[in-house]
Write a protein that binds this ligand. Structure first.
Ligand SMILES: *Cc1c(COP(=O)(O)O)cnc(C)c1O
Length: 390
């Protein structure tokens, strides 16, 4: 299976310069831009409420597409404005008591960890980190030893923000659920580059952002919650959309995952997210996953031939994120030098994944994340630019 040539010029800017930040904020394809722009124009003609009514079927279809991407029904999907909002709306709805344990991944994203620490302080629960194995992946044996009946929630990170490995989520989730823990998966860096199925992974909830590998608009994201679990959870923030005011002193929560949403939203952006997911499903996640993994493997091979360059990725199974350091140049210098040649990438710094980076003794790395629309020739251009740093 392969992708059509047209992906290399959609949007046209994908063909000029070298765009290597799809793990940060990717380039939306034309179909996404057109959807967003058309809806904004329509809002300016007839007002936001009428414009939304006109597109209500497409809005529902966007939710269904998002569900299809991860193997879930529409009712299990809540739209949010970011992955962090999705993760926290779920996490803060979990009842916790003194002595309860919260297990986080060693590569936990800072925003998740901060929320967990705050929640632990408020409830008397304890935060602990699951160690990594020799490959840098979740250590399944260590996880099994940590699990007991006080573990309420296990937070797994599918693909860390700071490296190209894919964690063994299905195996970890099975262990956690066997001990009665709720499993929350941060799929922010996997959705859109790795094929996902919530039942195969065996997770209770999953959070994703729109702007990264999905190539959706900024300010979008979604939360999946296993339908049989939804009714047990009361989100920390409610409004007249997530709940209905039924009596002077009562309300009723929405029966499905929309109880995790709020009423006001950027409808254009959500329609755009639906278009982004539709675009991906049209290409086929298997073909996308293959293209992304092979492009990143090619880039790692090019970089590892350059004297003074160390590829920092770990993991037995790798994906589209490529991290490296260059002797004699800080990651910020490498980023700046490449930016001058219209090569877009970022640095990944210790505070974003504090536990993992501290254990590995790394302050910062350069992070390149080529999506399927980046050609081999563009990757060679980037490698030449790194070599030329000397
Ligand atoms: C980017 C990222 C997030 C946060 O996503 P937002 O949409 O910015 O909230 C969470 N987890 C991981 C692993 C990320 O890379």
């Amino acid at each position: 299976m392969s992708l059509p040539e047209s992906v290399f010029t959609d949007p046209p800017a994908a063909a000029s310069g070298v765009f290597l930040d799809s793990a940060g904020s990717s380039l939306p394809p034309a179909a996404v831009l057109d959807t967003v722009h058309a809806h904004h124009r329509r809002e300016a003609e007839i007002g936001g409420y009428r414009a939304a009514e006109e597109r209500s079927a497409d809005y529902a279809a966007a939710r269904a597409s998002v569900g299809r991407l991860i193997g879930a029904p529409s009712e299990a999907i809540a739209f949010t404005d970011s992955a962090t909002r999705a993760w926290t709306q779920f996490f803060y709805s979990l009842p916790l008591a003194p002595g309860d344990r919260i297990l986080l991944s060693g590569v936990e994203y800072a925003s998740n960890a901060i929320a967990a620490i705050q929640r632990a302080r408020q409830t008397g629960a304890a935060v602990e980190y699951i160690p990594a194995d020799g490959h840098g992946q979740l250590d399944l044996e260590a996880l099994e030893r940590m699990l007991d009946d006080r573990v309420r929630v296990v937070s797994l990170v599918h693909v860390p923000t700071n490296g190209g490995l894919v964690n063994p989520v299905a195996e970890a989730a099975a262990l956690a659920r066997a001990h009665g823990a709720i499993v929350l998966l941060d799929a922010c860096q996997s959705a859109g580059q790795v094929a996902l199925d919530v039942d195969t992974l065996g997770v209770d909830a999953l959070s994703v952002t729109g702007r990264k590998w999905l190539r959706g608009p900024r300010g979008t994201g979604f939360l999946y919650v296993r339908p049989s679990l939804v009714k047990e959870l009361e989100p920390p923030v409610l409004d007249l959309h997530s709940a209905q005011w039924t009596a002077p002193l009562d309300y009723e929560l929405a029966p499905d995952a929309t109880r995790f949403e709020l009423w006001e939203a950027d409808v254009a952006a959500r329609l755009g997210l639906g278009a982004a997911v539709g675009h991906l499903l049209g290409l086929g996640m298997t073909a996308v996953e293959e293209a992304v993994a092979s492009g990143a493997a090619y880039l790692r091979a090019l970089l590892s031939e350059i004297p003074g360059v160390t590829v920092q990725d770990r993991g037995e199974r790798q994906c589209g994120i490529v991290t490296f350091t260059v002797d004699g140049h800080t990651p910020a210098e490498v980023k700046a030098a490449l930016r001058e040649q219209d090569i877009t990438l970022v640095t990944s710094r210790r505070p974003s994944t504090l536990i993992d980076m501290t254990e590995r003794g790394i302050e910062a790395m350069v992070r390149a994340s080529p999506h399927y629309f980046v050609s081999r020739a563009q990757l060679e251009t980037m490698a030449r630019a790194v070599r030329a740093l000397g």
